[in-house]
Design a protein around this ligand. Structure first.
Ligand code: FAD
Length: 343
Protein backbone atom coordinates (compact mmCIF):
# COMPACT_ATOMS: atom_id res chain seq x y z
CA UNK A 1 0.00 0.00 0.00
CA UNK A 2 1.38 3.39 -0.99
CA UNK A 3 -0.24 5.81 1.43
CA UNK A 4 0.50 8.80 -0.85
CA UNK A 5 -1.92 7.39 -3.47
CA UNK A 6 -4.91 7.94 -1.15
CA UNK A 7 -6.61 11.34 -1.41
CA UNK A 8 -9.86 12.97 -0.32
CA UNK A 9 -12.46 12.58 2.42
CA UNK A 10 -15.33 10.18 1.64
CA UNK A 11 -18.49 9.74 3.69
CA UNK A 12 -21.14 7.04 3.42
CA UNK A 13 -24.45 8.83 2.77
CA UNK A 14 -26.86 6.42 4.45
CA UNK A 15 -30.40 6.48 3.11
CA UNK A 16 -33.38 4.37 4.06
CA UNK A 17 -36.43 4.19 1.76
CA UNK A 18 -34.89 6.94 -0.38
CA UNK A 19 -34.68 9.40 2.51
CA UNK A 20 -31.23 10.56 3.62
CA UNK A 21 -30.47 9.84 7.26
CA UNK A 22 -29.50 12.82 9.43
CA UNK A 23 -26.07 11.28 9.96
CA UNK A 24 -25.38 11.43 6.20
CA UNK A 25 -25.64 15.22 6.28
CA UNK A 26 -23.74 15.46 9.57
CA UNK A 27 -20.87 13.47 8.04
CA UNK A 28 -20.85 15.68 4.94
CA UNK A 29 -20.58 18.69 7.29
CA UNK A 30 -17.72 17.18 9.29
CA UNK A 31 -16.07 15.79 6.14
CA UNK A 32 -16.08 19.29 4.66
CA UNK A 33 -14.15 20.64 7.70
CA UNK A 34 -11.61 17.81 7.54
CA UNK A 35 -11.24 18.22 3.76
CA UNK A 36 -10.56 21.93 4.26
CA UNK A 37 -7.75 21.14 6.71
CA UNK A 38 -6.26 18.69 4.18
CA UNK A 39 -6.82 21.00 1.21
CA UNK A 40 -8.94 18.39 -0.53
CA UNK A 41 -12.59 17.59 -1.30
CA UNK A 42 -15.45 15.82 0.46
CA UNK A 43 -17.21 13.10 -1.53
CA UNK A 44 -20.49 11.47 -0.48
CA UNK A 45 -21.04 7.84 -1.42
CA UNK A 46 -24.72 7.18 -2.07
CA UNK A 47 -25.73 3.51 -2.26
CA UNK A 48 -29.20 2.12 -3.04
CA UNK A 49 -31.77 1.68 -5.78
CA UNK A 50 -33.27 4.68 -7.63
CA UNK A 51 -31.47 7.06 -5.31
CA UNK A 52 -29.88 9.47 -7.79
CA UNK A 53 -32.46 12.11 -6.82
CA UNK A 54 -30.81 12.46 -3.41
CA UNK A 55 -27.47 13.61 -4.83
CA UNK A 56 -28.43 17.29 -5.06
CA UNK A 57 -29.43 17.36 -1.39
CA UNK A 58 -25.94 16.11 -0.49
CA UNK A 59 -24.45 18.88 -2.66
CA UNK A 60 -26.66 21.46 -0.95
CA UNK A 61 -25.19 20.39 2.38
CA UNK A 62 -21.61 20.65 1.14
CA UNK A 63 -20.61 17.52 -0.82
CA UNK A 64 -18.16 18.48 -3.59
CA UNK A 65 -18.84 15.21 -5.41
CA UNK A 66 -21.38 12.39 -5.08
CA UNK A 67 -20.50 8.84 -6.11
CA UNK A 68 -23.77 7.05 -6.88
CA UNK A 69 -23.92 3.25 -6.72
CA UNK A 70 -27.42 2.50 -7.99
CA UNK A 71 -28.52 -1.11 -8.38
CA UNK A 72 -31.79 -2.99 -7.67
CA UNK A 73 -29.72 -5.37 -5.51
CA UNK A 74 -29.13 -2.45 -3.13
CA UNK A 75 -32.80 -1.56 -2.58
CA UNK A 76 -32.91 -2.76 1.02
CA UNK A 77 -29.86 -2.83 3.25
CA UNK A 78 -28.04 -6.15 3.24
CA UNK A 79 -24.54 -6.52 4.62
CA UNK A 80 -22.89 -8.35 1.73
CA UNK A 81 -23.92 -6.27 -1.30
CA UNK A 82 -23.46 -3.00 0.58
CA UNK A 83 -20.01 -4.05 1.89
CA UNK A 84 -19.07 -5.07 -1.65
CA UNK A 85 -20.27 -1.73 -3.04
CA UNK A 86 -18.31 0.35 -0.51
CA UNK A 87 -15.14 -1.77 -0.68
CA UNK A 88 -15.22 -1.47 -4.49
CA UNK A 89 -15.63 2.32 -4.28
CA UNK A 90 -12.64 2.50 -1.90
CA UNK A 91 -10.48 0.25 -4.09
CA UNK A 92 -11.32 2.33 -7.15
CA UNK A 93 -11.13 5.89 -5.77
CA UNK A 94 -8.61 5.42 -2.90
CA UNK A 95 -9.87 7.94 -0.31
CA UNK A 96 -7.60 9.06 2.49
CA UNK A 97 -10.45 9.10 5.01
CA UNK A 98 -13.72 7.12 4.94
CA UNK A 99 -16.48 7.89 7.47
CA UNK A 100 -19.61 5.88 8.24
CA UNK A 101 -22.41 6.73 10.72
CA UNK A 102 -22.49 4.62 13.88
CA UNK A 103 -26.11 3.67 13.20
CA UNK A 104 -27.36 0.07 13.30
CA UNK A 105 -26.50 -0.16 9.59
CA UNK A 106 -23.13 1.59 9.92
CA UNK A 107 -22.06 -0.52 12.89
CA UNK A 108 -22.69 -3.62 10.80
CA UNK A 109 -21.21 -2.27 7.59
CA UNK A 110 -18.10 -0.37 8.77
CA UNK A 111 -16.15 -3.35 10.19
CA UNK A 112 -17.05 -5.53 7.17
CA UNK A 113 -15.70 -2.94 4.78
CA UNK A 114 -12.53 -2.27 6.78
CA UNK A 115 -11.79 -6.02 6.96
CA UNK A 116 -12.26 -6.37 3.19
CA UNK A 117 -9.84 -3.58 2.39
CA UNK A 118 -7.38 -4.42 5.19
CA UNK A 119 -7.44 -1.19 7.15
CA UNK A 120 -8.30 -0.27 10.75
CA UNK A 121 -11.59 1.14 12.02
CA UNK A 122 -12.21 3.29 15.07
CA UNK A 123 -15.81 2.77 16.17
CA UNK A 124 -18.29 5.22 17.67
CA UNK A 125 -16.19 8.38 17.45
CA UNK A 126 -17.41 11.57 19.09
CA UNK A 127 -14.69 13.86 17.72
CA UNK A 128 -12.52 13.93 14.59
CA UNK A 129 -9.57 16.25 13.92
CA UNK A 130 -6.63 16.54 11.60
CA UNK A 131 -3.36 16.74 13.52
CA UNK A 132 0.03 15.30 14.38
CA UNK A 133 0.56 11.72 15.55
CA UNK A 134 1.81 10.86 18.12
CA UNK A 135 0.11 13.91 19.63
CA UNK A 136 3.05 14.34 22.04
CA UNK A 137 6.35 13.75 20.21
CA UNK A 138 8.13 10.57 21.29
CA UNK A 139 11.97 10.72 21.24
CA UNK A 140 13.31 8.66 18.34
CA UNK A 141 9.87 8.22 16.76
CA UNK A 142 8.85 10.16 13.69
CA UNK A 143 5.88 12.50 14.22
CA UNK A 144 3.46 12.23 11.32
CA UNK A 145 1.45 15.25 10.17
CA UNK A 146 -2.09 15.53 8.81
CA UNK A 147 -3.34 12.32 10.41
CA UNK A 148 -6.99 11.71 11.25
CA UNK A 149 -7.23 11.82 15.05
CA UNK A 150 -10.28 9.80 16.05
CA UNK A 151 -11.59 10.38 19.57
CA UNK A 152 -14.03 8.14 21.40
CA UNK A 153 -14.98 7.27 24.97
CA UNK A 154 -13.26 4.13 26.27
CA UNK A 155 -13.43 1.95 29.38
CA UNK A 156 -17.11 2.63 29.99
CA UNK A 157 -16.69 6.36 29.47
CA UNK A 158 -14.08 6.70 32.21
CA UNK A 159 -11.45 7.85 29.75
CA UNK A 160 -11.35 9.43 26.32
CA UNK A 161 -9.06 7.76 23.77
CA UNK A 162 -7.62 9.44 20.68
CA UNK A 163 -6.66 6.90 18.04
CA UNK A 164 -4.80 7.24 14.73
CA UNK A 165 -4.19 4.82 11.87
CA UNK A 166 -0.78 5.89 10.53
CA UNK A 167 0.12 2.76 8.53
CA UNK A 168 -3.01 1.99 6.51
CA UNK A 169 -5.43 3.83 4.26
CA UNK A 170 -8.17 4.85 4.27
CA UNK A 171 -8.39 5.96 7.88
CA UNK A 172 -11.84 4.66 8.77
CA UNK A 173 -14.20 5.65 11.56
CA UNK A 174 -17.82 5.20 12.49
CA UNK A 175 -19.25 8.40 13.98
CA UNK A 176 -21.99 8.75 16.54
CA UNK A 177 -25.20 10.30 15.18
CA UNK A 178 -26.10 13.69 16.62
CA UNK A 179 -22.55 14.72 17.53
CA UNK A 180 -21.35 16.45 14.34
CA UNK A 181 -23.02 19.54 12.86
CA UNK A 182 -24.61 19.76 9.41
CA UNK A 183 -23.29 22.62 7.27
CA UNK A 184 -25.82 25.35 6.39
CA UNK A 185 -27.93 24.34 3.35
CA UNK A 186 -27.23 26.08 0.03
CA UNK A 187 -30.57 25.53 -1.70
CA UNK A 188 -30.49 24.86 -5.44
CA UNK A 189 -26.90 23.57 -5.59
CA UNK A 190 -26.46 20.79 -8.15
CA UNK A 191 -24.39 17.70 -7.45
CA UNK A 192 -21.28 16.72 -9.34
CA UNK A 193 -22.31 13.07 -9.81
CA UNK A 194 -20.02 10.15 -10.65
CA UNK A 195 -21.86 6.90 -11.32
CA UNK A 196 -20.06 3.73 -10.30
CA UNK A 197 -20.91 0.09 -10.92
CA UNK A 198 -19.20 -2.29 -8.48
CA UNK A 199 -20.13 -5.38 -10.57
CA UNK A 200 -22.00 -7.86 -8.42
CA UNK A 201 -21.13 -11.54 -8.27
CA UNK A 202 -23.63 -14.23 -7.21
CA UNK A 203 -21.86 -14.69 -3.85
CA UNK A 204 -22.77 -11.15 -2.88
CA UNK A 205 -26.48 -11.93 -2.95
CA UNK A 206 -26.91 -14.81 -0.58
CA UNK A 207 -29.29 -13.24 1.93
CA UNK A 208 -32.84 -12.89 0.63
CA UNK A 209 -35.22 -10.48 2.36
CA UNK A 210 -38.65 -12.08 2.64
CA UNK A 211 -40.47 -9.35 4.52
CA UNK A 212 -39.67 -5.99 6.10
CA UNK A 213 -41.54 -5.35 9.35
CA UNK A 214 -41.35 -1.72 10.41
CA UNK A 215 -41.14 -0.89 14.11
CA UNK A 216 -44.24 0.98 15.23
CA UNK A 217 -43.65 3.64 17.84
CA UNK A 218 -45.90 6.38 19.16
CA UNK A 219 -42.93 8.03 20.85
CA UNK A 220 -41.24 11.01 19.15
CA UNK A 221 -37.52 10.59 18.42
CA UNK A 222 -35.70 12.48 21.17
CA UNK A 223 -32.87 13.26 18.71
CA UNK A 224 -35.23 15.51 16.72
CA UNK A 225 -36.68 17.37 19.73
CA UNK A 226 -35.97 21.07 20.22
CA UNK A 227 -36.91 20.91 23.91
CA UNK A 228 -36.25 17.86 26.08
CA UNK A 229 -37.65 17.39 29.57
CA UNK A 230 -35.42 14.66 30.94
CA UNK A 231 -36.04 12.81 34.16
CA UNK A 232 -33.73 10.73 36.33
CA UNK A 233 -34.02 8.37 39.27
CA UNK A 234 -34.86 11.39 41.44
CA UNK A 235 -38.32 11.52 39.82
CA UNK A 236 -39.03 8.59 42.11
CA UNK A 237 -41.53 6.46 40.20
CA UNK A 238 -42.90 5.90 36.69
CA UNK A 239 -46.20 7.51 37.78
CA UNK A 240 -44.42 10.67 38.90
CA UNK A 241 -43.14 11.23 35.33
CA UNK A 242 -46.62 12.73 34.86
CA UNK A 243 -45.32 16.05 36.24
CA UNK A 244 -42.56 16.06 33.59
CA UNK A 245 -45.09 15.19 30.88
CA UNK A 246 -47.27 18.12 31.95
CA UNK A 247 -44.31 20.49 31.79
CA UNK A 248 -43.32 19.07 28.37
CA UNK A 249 -46.84 19.59 27.06
CA UNK A 250 -46.94 23.24 28.09
CA UNK A 251 -43.60 24.09 26.44
CA UNK A 252 -43.88 21.80 23.39
CA UNK A 253 -41.17 19.47 24.65
CA UNK A 254 -40.51 15.73 24.59
CA UNK A 255 -39.78 13.59 27.63
CA UNK A 256 -36.46 11.72 27.80
CA UNK A 257 -34.59 10.10 30.67
CA UNK A 258 -31.39 8.77 32.22
CA UNK A 259 -30.25 5.17 32.11
CA UNK A 260 -31.21 4.61 35.76
CA UNK A 261 -34.82 5.20 34.67
CA UNK A 262 -34.54 2.72 31.79
CA UNK A 263 -32.82 0.13 34.00
CA UNK A 264 -35.67 0.47 36.51
CA UNK A 265 -38.15 -0.26 33.72
CA UNK A 266 -39.88 3.14 34.09
CA UNK A 267 -39.26 4.25 30.49
CA UNK A 268 -38.24 2.52 27.24
CA UNK A 269 -34.61 2.51 26.07
CA UNK A 270 -35.56 4.72 23.08
CA UNK A 271 -35.80 7.65 25.50
CA UNK A 272 -32.38 7.17 27.12
CA UNK A 273 -29.85 9.98 26.77
CA UNK A 274 -26.16 9.28 27.17
CA UNK A 275 -23.19 7.21 26.21
CA UNK A 276 -25.17 4.01 25.79
CA UNK A 277 -28.33 5.89 24.80
CA UNK A 278 -28.78 8.72 22.32
CA UNK A 279 -26.73 11.86 21.80
CA UNK A 280 -29.06 14.85 21.74
CA UNK A 281 -28.53 18.50 20.84
CA UNK A 282 -31.80 20.31 21.68
CA UNK A 283 -32.19 24.06 22.14
CA UNK A 284 -33.24 23.47 25.75
CA UNK A 285 -32.52 20.44 27.97
CA UNK A 286 -34.17 20.11 31.38
CA UNK A 287 -32.27 17.66 33.64
CA UNK A 288 -34.70 16.88 36.45
CA UNK A 289 -33.61 14.56 39.26
CA UNK A 290 -30.53 13.59 37.25
CA UNK A 291 -27.18 13.54 39.06
CA UNK A 292 -25.04 14.30 35.99
CA UNK A 293 -22.90 11.17 35.70
CA UNK A 294 -20.22 11.45 32.99
CA UNK A 295 -22.02 8.85 30.86
CA UNK A 296 -25.22 10.91 30.92
CA UNK A 297 -23.50 14.23 30.30
CA UNK A 298 -21.71 12.75 27.24
CA UNK A 299 -25.11 12.56 25.54
CA UNK A 300 -26.48 16.04 26.31
CA UNK A 301 -23.66 18.51 26.97
CA UNK A 302 -24.01 20.03 23.47
CA UNK A 303 -27.54 21.28 24.22
CA UNK A 304 -27.75 25.06 23.76
CA UNK A 305 -29.27 25.68 27.21
CA UNK A 306 -29.20 23.21 30.10
CA UNK A 307 -31.53 23.73 33.06
CA UNK A 308 -30.95 21.44 36.04
CA UNK A 309 -33.34 20.81 38.93
CA UNK A 310 -31.83 18.80 41.77
CA UNK A 311 -32.18 18.80 45.56
CA UNK A 312 -28.45 18.21 46.02
CA UNK A 313 -26.50 21.41 45.38
CA UNK A 314 -23.28 19.40 44.90
CA UNK A 315 -24.75 17.25 42.09
CA UNK A 316 -22.31 17.25 39.11
CA UNK A 317 -25.15 18.20 36.74
CA UNK A 318 -24.76 21.78 38.02
CA UNK A 319 -21.22 21.85 36.54
CA UNK A 320 -22.64 21.68 33.01
CA UNK A 321 -25.92 23.53 33.62
CA UNK A 322 -26.52 27.08 32.40
CA UNK A 323 -29.31 27.51 34.96
CA UNK A 324 -29.61 25.50 38.17
CA UNK A 325 -32.48 25.23 40.63
CA UNK A 326 -31.70 23.55 43.96
CA UNK A 327 -34.79 22.03 45.52
CA UNK A 328 -37.43 19.31 45.48
CA UNK A 329 -38.55 18.59 41.93
CA UNK A 330 -42.01 17.66 43.25
CA UNK A 331 -42.53 21.29 44.21
CA UNK A 332 -40.50 23.06 41.51
CA UNK A 333 -41.74 21.26 38.39
CA UNK A 334 -45.51 21.74 38.99
CA UNK A 335 -44.89 25.38 40.00
CA UNK A 336 -42.90 25.95 36.80
CA UNK A 337 -45.64 24.34 34.71
CA UNK A 338 -48.33 26.52 36.29
CA UNK A 339 -46.24 29.65 35.79
CA UNK A 340 -45.53 28.83 32.14
CA UNK A 341 -49.21 27.99 31.54
CA UNK A 342 -50.11 31.44 32.79
CA UNK A 343 -47.62 33.19 30.46
P1 FAD B 1 -28.86 9.07 40.23
O1 FAD B 1 -27.40 9.09 39.98
O2 FAD B 1 -29.36 8.16 41.29
O3 FAD B 1 -29.29 10.56 40.53
C1 FAD B 1 -30.55 10.93 40.97
C2 FAD B 1 -30.50 12.41 41.31
O4 FAD B 1 -31.79 12.85 41.65
C3 FAD B 1 -29.57 12.75 42.47
O5 FAD B 1 -28.63 13.74 42.06
C4 FAD B 1 -30.51 13.29 43.53
O6 FAD B 1 -29.92 14.36 44.28
C5 FAD B 1 -31.66 13.79 42.72
N1 FAD B 1 -32.94 13.78 43.43
C6 FAD B 1 -33.48 12.78 44.14
N2 FAD B 1 -34.70 13.13 44.62
C7 FAD B 1 -34.92 14.40 44.21
C8 FAD B 1 -35.98 15.31 44.37
N3 FAD B 1 -37.10 15.00 45.05
N4 FAD B 1 -35.88 16.54 43.80
C9 FAD B 1 -34.77 16.90 43.09
N5 FAD B 1 -33.73 16.06 42.91
C10 FAD B 1 -33.81 14.81 43.44
N6 FAD B 1 -26.40 6.85 32.33
C11 FAD B 1 -27.17 7.57 31.48
O7 FAD B 1 -27.99 8.39 31.92
N7 FAD B 1 -27.07 7.36 30.15
C12 FAD B 1 -26.19 6.48 29.59
O8 FAD B 1 -26.16 6.33 28.36
C13 FAD B 1 -25.34 5.74 30.48
N8 FAD B 1 -24.44 4.87 29.98
C14 FAD B 1 -23.61 4.22 30.87
C15 FAD B 1 -22.60 3.38 30.37
C16 FAD B 1 -21.74 2.73 31.23
C17 FAD B 1 -20.68 1.84 30.67
C18 FAD B 1 -21.90 2.91 32.64
C19 FAD B 1 -20.95 2.22 33.59
C20 FAD B 1 -22.90 3.72 33.13
C21 FAD B 1 -23.76 4.37 32.26
N9 FAD B 1 -24.77 5.22 32.73
C22 FAD B 1 -25.52 5.93 31.87
C23 FAD B 1 -25.14 5.25 34.17
C24 FAD B 1 -24.58 6.46 34.90
O9 FAD B 1 -23.28 6.16 35.38
C25 FAD B 1 -25.48 6.81 36.10
O10 FAD B 1 -25.60 5.69 36.93
C26 FAD B 1 -26.87 7.28 35.70
O11 FAD B 1 -26.80 8.29 34.74
C27 FAD B 1 -27.58 7.81 36.95
O12 FAD B 1 -28.88 8.17 36.62
P2 FAD B 1 -29.65 9.30 37.45
O13 FAD B 1 -28.86 10.56 37.38
O14 FAD B 1 -31.03 9.31 36.94
O15 FAD B 1 -29.68 8.68 38.91
Amino acid sequence: MNIQDYKGVFVFAQQVDNVLSGIALELVGKGKDLAKDLNTEVTAVLVGSDIKGLADELAEYGADKVIVVDDPELKEYRTEPYAHALASVINEFKPEIFLVGATAIGRDLGPRVSARIHTGLTADCTQLDIGDFPINPVPGKEQLHNQLLMTRPAFGGNTIATIACPDFRPQMATVRPGVMQKAPREAGKKANVVEFNPGFTPNDKYVEILKVVKAVSDVADIMDAKILVSGGRGVGSPENFKILEELAEVIGGTVSCSRAVVDAGWKPKDLQVGQTGKTVRPNVYFAIGISGAIQHVAGMEEADIIIAINKDETAPIFDVADYGIVGDLNKIVPALTERLKAE
